[in-house]
Write a protein that binds this ligand. Structure first.
Ligand code: SF4
Length: 251
């Protein structure tokens, strides 16, 4: 797929992104960012995060790191032993297989377990390289680029996809299409704060069922036709600190 970035940020999507980004910054603040993450750690943590919450995948990641301080050891370890360490994140068999297979193939192709060479590639080239490995989808590849290599890409998970479609920034039927639509227009330097605050919005207000539009900071500009503007007692005062925990900012 040929994906070209627009060379100025005056298109309507970019303007809308900037507006939303500012509202979210005003509401949630600028997210903290870890600047020395290893891209390979990010890739493994993102595989572990599939279909589970960030707290469980973080525990699984720490278990794996404690057991295998050197990822090379994973290559020669039976799947059942890897699975045991990451069980808490669910889908242990599938994730153990994806992690082991990725490490084995990376080692045989590059001679060492290091993804820093991706810094020298263009964004689309780096995404394509990573997505060619079994078990690595576009979202995982984009997470490596954003959190591990500090590239200006916005990974699209279920929250980001839902919010951007409801608000009216994109009109797509898949997360991958949303990613490329946003990629083309994303102004420089905002990917991390935009991605992180969209996830916070999706976890706090723009829930998949019964969104809390009545108190959402984007409610004035949002185009969603089924906005829920009526609060009920039962919907009030949900305070869950786990919503603020973002795995890839602590790996
Ligand atoms: S107004 Fe409602 S639908 Fe729109 S972004 Fe906010 S919570 Fe989501």
């Amino acid at each position: 797929m040929a994906v070209e970035k627009r060379n100025n940020y005056t298109d309507s999507t970019a303007i809308l992104i900037l507006k939303i980004n500012q509202i979210l910054l005003d509401y949630f603040g600028k997210p903290k960012r870890k600047l020395n993450s290893d891209p390979l750690d990010i890739l493994i943590a993102t595989i572990l995060s599939q279909n589970t919450n960030d707290l469980n995948s973080h525990k699984a990641f720490l278990n794996l790191k404690n057991k295998f301080s050197d990822y090379e050891k994973i290559i020669s370890t039976p799947l059942s032993k890897i699975e045991k360490e990451i069980k808490i994140a669910g889908l242990g068999k599938q994730k153990a297989k994806a992690i082991k297979s990725f490490l084995k193939n990376l080692k045989s192709e590059k001679g060492k377990l290091d993804l820093k060479f991706l810094e020298r590639l263009g964004t689309i080239e780096a995404l394509k390289y990573l997505s060619n490995f079994n078990g690595v989808g576009l979202k995982t590849a984009a997470c490596v680029l954003l959190f591990g290599l500090k590239k200006n890409v916005c990974p699209v998970d279920t929250h980001v996809h839902r919010v951007l479609n409801r608000v009216g920034v994109v009109n797509t039927n898949s997360r991958d299409k949303t990613f490329y639509e946003i990629y083309k227009s994303l102004p420089d330097g905002i990917a991390h704060e935009f991605h992180t605050n969209l996830i916070k919005l999706g976890r706090t207000f723009c829930l998949s069922k019964n969104p809390r539009c009545f108190e959402c900071p984007l409610k004035k500009m949002c185009k969603y036709e089924h906005k829920n503007l009526e609060s009920t007692r039962a919907m009030k005062s949900k305070n869950n600190n786990n919503k603020d925990f973002l795995l890839l900012d602590v790996v």
